[in-house]
Structure formats: structure tokens, C-alpha cells
Design a binder for this molecule. Structure first.
Ligand code: KG4
Ligand code: ZN
Length: 339
């Protein structure tokens, strides 16, 4: 089955075409960074309007990459949530209208499920079951994945998500939006021995996270030592985040006895995190999987893939659609054909 995927939950417009036999046939992303950079963060209404402008041209671009026409699309998948509701509505209406016009099924996909399945687009792909560390701008989740739609959340952040902590800390030390990649680049120049930030919630049992205190730590250090210490602060912050995530992943692998770890979501693009988790997995004899950086951050390919899994599993939806700003991952079930 050939599925068109549409991602529009936040500030990236992503479109892709995935074929069950041939794999990814084309994908294109438009990043709205320039639109939001002057405001220092995502402005929801501007995001929606940009999706309106970019979605259909991206669909044409992806079809051209694959040398296919709209009539070759056999199913359409779109991000149904969680995300910015206006932005989600744009993707959902385009997807459902296309599907209606082409007389093919459409399915709304959970954004975090799409992230956690993204490594399946790579070779080798992880097999079920696995442990997933989902780290994005809105979520920090450790998930025990038994199969498609069979998720148990083992731990999540009590406050800021990891990506959010990166973005806020970057802003506090004067880096431009989006802060994650900028902070990582600056941290590379930092002295790892100068400051040591705490590893929050690692001194007690459990798999919950808390990252908002690190941001305050960074701000206080910045006030005390000034802009000249920026790179060292970035390094101390990143080291603390990476080490905290590694400690919790190790704990979760040991507790569950799982031998496969998957990293996904925007922060999964962070090189220091990948290297640290690779070393930790090797020590435990576990395999580490992650998608290429372009499939870690928001993209249409992961939505096309997740939608394909659900559509071939028999999922189908009536013509009316809804989107949802909040959506617990554990509410998902495997795809069910209609009776
Ligand atoms: O998955 P994603 O593209 O969107 C959401 O679903 O939220 O994740 C975006 C988040 C942002 O907070 C961004 O700063 C962070 O991922 N990010 C990074 C890096 N690349 C993106 N954080 C740290 N290091 C990176 N290289
Ligand atoms: Zn995302």
C-alpha cells in the first residue's frame, strides 16, 4: 500500500510517500524557523497559516520525487495530535479532503507513535519488543513497546520536556530559536570540567524526569560568570541532560530486561546523547537504534509509516475528523478493522 503522510503539528510542514514494498518513495520538509525566529518561539496562528501555504506544494514535490501522480496514492495519513490545534486542523483537512477526492482511506496518527516508529524506516530496523526514549520539544517519555499500539509509559517528565529545557536554556544564555541545535553546537566548544550541574531525580528510584531546575541552574551560573562562560554553561547543561537520560535508560533496560533501545524525537538528533547511549547500551549488551537526524525531528515520513502500519492493520475512519491537542500515548490500541 502506498501511503501519503502529512505532518503539521507544530512548526514543520512535512510530507512523504511510503510504500509497503518499496519503502520511502519521497519526502519533503518545510521548516518555519524564519517565520518564528524573530518572536523567539513558535507563534501558533502563524504556524497554521504557513502550513496552509506549504502543504499542497509539498504534496506535489513529493509526488514528483517519486514520479507518481495523485491517483497513485492508496491511503492518506495525517498527524491527529498531540500538537497545536490550528496547525493540526490544516493537515487534517488537507489529508481528509485528498482522501475523499481520491476515494482512498485516511487515518489520523499519534505524533509520538510516529516518532517512536521512525527508526523502522532505517536498516536495520528494530524488532518488537523494545524500550523507546522519546525526547522532543513537548514530551520526554520512556516507553515499553510490546508492538504496534501496545505502549506502557514507564517514565515521563514532571515538568519541562527535554527539548523544551534545551530551548529555554538556550534562550536564557542568548542563543537564537530553535535552541536545541544551537546549544549543542556551542557545547562542543565548552570546557566539560568547569561547571557541574545536578543530574535531577537520579538519586532516588523510579523513571520520572524533571528538567526545569537545570534551566535555573544555567541562568544562575550565567548571571554569576557572564556571557564569556556561555560555552561552558552549554556544555555543563548538555552533559547533565545526557547523563540523566542515560542513567534512566539504563535503569529501564535493567528493570524490563529489554535488549533493544530506540531513541526518537527531535532531541534524538543530539550527537552527544547518541554517543552516550551507544556506550551505555554496549556495556549492557543491548542494541541501540535511532533514525537519521532528519527523521528524528518532525517529518512526514514517520507519519506516512505509522499510517501505513495502521491502514494495513485494517484501521479505517468515518469521513468526519477531529484533532486533539492532548492525547496520552497509552490510550492507543492496535489497529482494529471495523466490525
Ligand atoms: O520532535 P521535534 O522536532 O518536535 C516536537 O515534536 O516537539 O522536537 C523538537 C525539539 C526542539 O525542542 C529542539 O530544540 C530539539 O528538539 N532539538 C535538539 C536538537 N535538535 C532538535 N535538542 C538538542 N540537540 C539537538 N541537536
Ligand atoms: Zn515531534
Amino acid at each position: 500500500m502506498r501511503v501519503l503522510g502529512i505532518e503539521s503539528s507544530c512548526d514543520e510542514t512535512g510530507v512523504a510517500l511510503y510504500d509497503g514494498e518499496q519503502g520511502l518513495l519521497g519526502h519533503a520538509i518545510y521548516s518555519q524557523i524564519e517565520t518564528h525566529a524573530r518572536y523567539g518561539g513558535v507563534v501558533p496562528e502563524l504556524a497554521s497559516r504557513d502550513h496552509v501555504r506549504k502543504l499542497l506544494p509539498l504534496v506535489d514535490e513529493v509526488l514528483a520525487q517519486a514520479s507518481l501522480a495523485k491517483a497513485d496514492i492508496e491511503g492518506v495519513a495525517y498527524t491527529r495530535g498531540p500538537g497545536l490545534v490550528g496547525a493540526l486542523m490544516v493537515g487534517a483537512s488537507v489529508a481528509r479532503s485528498l482522501a475523499w477526492g481520491l476515494d482512498v482511506p485516511a487515518v489520523g496518527v499519534h505524533h509520538m507513535e510516529a516518532h517512536l516508529l521512525a527508526p523502522m524506516l532505517e536498516d536495520p530496523a528494530p524488532e518488537f519488543p523494545f524500550l523507546a526514549l522519546l525526547v522532543s520539544g513537548g514530551h520526554t517519555l520512556l516507553v515499553q513497546v510490546a508492538g504496534l499500539g501496545r505502549y506502557r509509559v514507564l517514565g515521563e517528565s514532571l515538568d519541562d520536556a527535554v527539548g523544551e529545557a534545551f530551548d529555554k536554556t538556550a534562550k536564557l544564555i542568548g542563543l537564537p530559536y530553535p535552541g536545541g541545535p544551537a546549544l549543542e553546537a556551542l557545547a562542543r566548544e565548552g570546557d566539560p570540567g568547569r561547571f557541574r550541574f545536578p543530574r535531577p531525580m537520579t538519586d532516588r528510584p523510579g523513571l520520572a524526569f524533571s528538567f526545569s531546575g537545570l534551566k535555573t541552574f544555567a541562568l544562575n551560573t550565567f548571571h554569576e560568570h557572564g556571557a564569556a562562560a556561555r560555552a561552558d554553561i552549554a556544555r555543563a547543561f548538555q552533559d547533565a541532560v545526557v547523563e540523566t537520560l542515560a542513567i534512566k535508560c539504563r535503569r529501564a533496560l535493567e528493570q524490563t530486561g529489554m535488549k533493544r533501545l530506540v531513541i526518537a524525537g527531535g532531541v534524538g538528533a543530539n550527537q552527544a546523547l547518541r554517543e552516550r547511549l551507544a556506550a551505555m547500551s554496549e556495556e549492557l549488551g543491548a542494541e541501540l537504534y535511532y533514525p537519521r537526524p532528519a527523521l528524528c525531528t518532525d517529518n512526514g515520513a514517520m507519519v506516512a509509516y505509522a499510517g501505513h502500519c495502521r491502514l494495513v492493520g485494517g484501521a479505517s475512519e468515518p469521513l468526519r475528523f477531529d484533532v486533539t491537542a492532548r492525547w496520552p500515548l497509552e490510550d492507543l490500541r492496535p489497529p482494529q478493522p471495523l466490525p
